[in-house]
Design a protein around this ligand. Structure first.
Ligand code: BTN
Length: 240
């Protein structure tokens, strides 16, 4: 079920509040807003309020039998990738960037914010369908750069179906096939990355795939492979 709102602060904040109030938000239910006046991004950033873009959130229950919850970031990234790749005809134009940004022609097309409250993980997704923000520190793009912007409600239906499918695969077949698919959908091995782990110095290195838990492996200039569990990752050719 998809509930549409004309305007709200943040669909993530709304669902977190519902969970905190003890409301049961079932998996498969979504809250989608036309406008977000206080949209939240990762690392305390704000998220662009682009009318007609996809801005929506849903909830995933953490179950004891699930793969590690942190790997949900990859699962949601794959769901967004598969939804978008079905409507993008430019070969090789789309790429996932760890942990779950989606790039189109190397610029940011979509972002994902996961926030946990008890056994519920609120999954927020923003996809630039018609408009992209001008940001000083990173390139952004909207699907309208390739042709007419997709219809927001049709996009929401496809994404909701795709996330159901990916969650079922994750729970049924486990993490290893998701990691392999994620790597195939990502930028090439060897891509130069600039990584900012929280509270640490910036690292420059080459993408060396993911480890068994889904963490990022970065090959440093001295050949050491460093495993990154959290941080902000940019393609080295991006600014900022
Ligand atoms: C990122 O910084 O890349 C994550 C962006 C997540 C944005 C979405 S839009 C819908 C949901 N509500 C929010 O306030 N944020 C997420």
């Amino acid at each position: 079920m998809i509930e549409y709102l004309a305007e709200t602060g943040s669909t993530n904040a709304d669902l977190l509040e519902r969970v905190r109030q003890g409301e049961r938000v079932s998996e498969g239910n979504w809250l989608v807003a036309e406008r977000q006046l206080a949209g939240k991004g990762r690392q305390g950033r704000t998220w662009f309020d682009g009318a007609g873009n996809f801005m929506g959130s849903t909830v995933v229950e953490v179950r004891a039998s699930d793969p590690p919850p942190a790997s949900l970031a990859l699962v949601v990234g794959l769901a967004v990738y598969e939804t978008v790749v079905a409507i993008v005809s430019e070969p090789g134009a789309l790429a996932l960037k760890w942990p779950n940004d989606l790039l189109l022609r190397g610029a940011k097309l979509a972002g994902i914010l996961l926030e946990r409250e008890g056994d519920a993980i609120v999954v927020g997704i923003g996809v630039n369908l018609g408009k992209a923000p001008d940001l000083p520190d990173r390139e952004t793009i909207a699907l309208s750069a390739l042709g007419p912007a997709p219809d927001r409600n049709q996009f929401a239906n496809s994404l909701a179906r795709q996330l159901d499918t990916e969650l079922e695969r994750w729970r049924t077949f486990g993490l290893p096939p998701m990691i392999r698919r994620w790597e195939l959908a990502a930028h090439a091995l060897g891509t130069e990355l600039r990584v900012q782990p929280p509270g640490e110095d910036v690292l420059l290195g080459a993408f060396a795939g993911l480890d068994d838990s889904g963490a990022l492996q970065l090959r440093l200039p001295d050949g050491e492979v460093k495993v990154i569990h959290a941080g902000d990752v940019m393609l080295a050719r991006e600014e900022g």
